[in-house]
Design a protein around this ligand. Structure first.
Ligand code: B16
Ligand code: MG
Length: 216
């Protein structure tokens, strides 16, 4: 029998808030400084992927090898640019339907969590004034294996005190869809992940998602 959904775990970037352009601009600045070709098509491959794995993807186009120390320094430089950019995020940067969805779930007594690869999750939640909105937050600071590994979602479920089979993940990245399914959870694909045939449910955005069907 189908298990009821008692908890919903939200990815952050691309689901609750649009930080993807800030990631793009920060990586672009770093890549331009290094003379490494980087564009929005390559940027699409960075969705949901950790900072160091994102750098490895960017370095596929580099014309020389970089040492581990250089890579650490480049990732730190990009993060500095990124943190500066997300400093101007406001609650107005939340994606359509996000706030209404959180409120609707809370009213129904469904527990809500964040499951994000980002180590900047605490800053972002503070900027959009959602730092006290979730029952649990699992992020890039608390995990060792990033999506498509299910670690971040399994941690979120554990923090919610719920079995994976009672949780729904909302994701915009294919790596996140894989991670949710690998963790034994159902997944609602939004944005780019709405096209992923493996997603249990799909919607263009949270605003368009039919939670009456999903929760029944
Ligand atoms: P940071 P999510 C992910 O957030 C982003 O989609 C991805 O582009 C980024 O590289 C990753 O966080 C790590 O972010 O550099 O801030 O630790 O979609 O999992 O909420
Ligand atoms: Mg995302």
């Amino acid at each position: 029998m189908k298990k009821p959904i008692l908890g919903v775990i939200f990815d952050l970037d691309g689901v609750i808030v649009s930080t993807d352009n800030c990631h793009y601009l920060a990586w672009k600045k770093m890549a331009d400084e290094e003379g490494i070709p980087f564009d929005r098509t390559i940027n699409e491959r960075l969705r949901g992927v950790s900072r160091m794995e994102s750098l490895s993807i960017i370095l596929e186009k580099a014309t020389r090898e970089y040492s581990d120390a250089e890579k650490e320094a480049m990732a730190a430089r990009k993060n500095g640019y990124y943190v500066e950019l997300i400093g101007s995020l406001t609650p107005g940067d939340m994606l359509p339907g996000a706030m209404d969805t959180l409120q609707m779930l809370k009213k129904k007594g469904i527990r809500i969590a964040i499951g994000s690869s980002s180590r900047n999750t605490p800053i972002i939640l503070r900027q959009i004034q959602l730092d006290n909105a979730f029952d649990a937050v699992a992020d890039g600071n608390a995990i060792t294996r990033s999506k498509p590994d299910p670690e971040v979602f399994l941690l979120a479920a554990k923090l919610l005190g719920l079995p994976a089979e009672n949780c729904l993940v909302v994701e915009d990245a294919d790596a996140g869809v894989e991670a949710a399914l690998a963790g034994g959870m159902r997944v609602l694909g939004v944005g780019g992940a709405a096209q992923n045939p493996k997603a249990t449910f799909a919607a263009a955005s949270l605003e368009k998602a039919d939670f009456n069907t999903i929760l029944n």
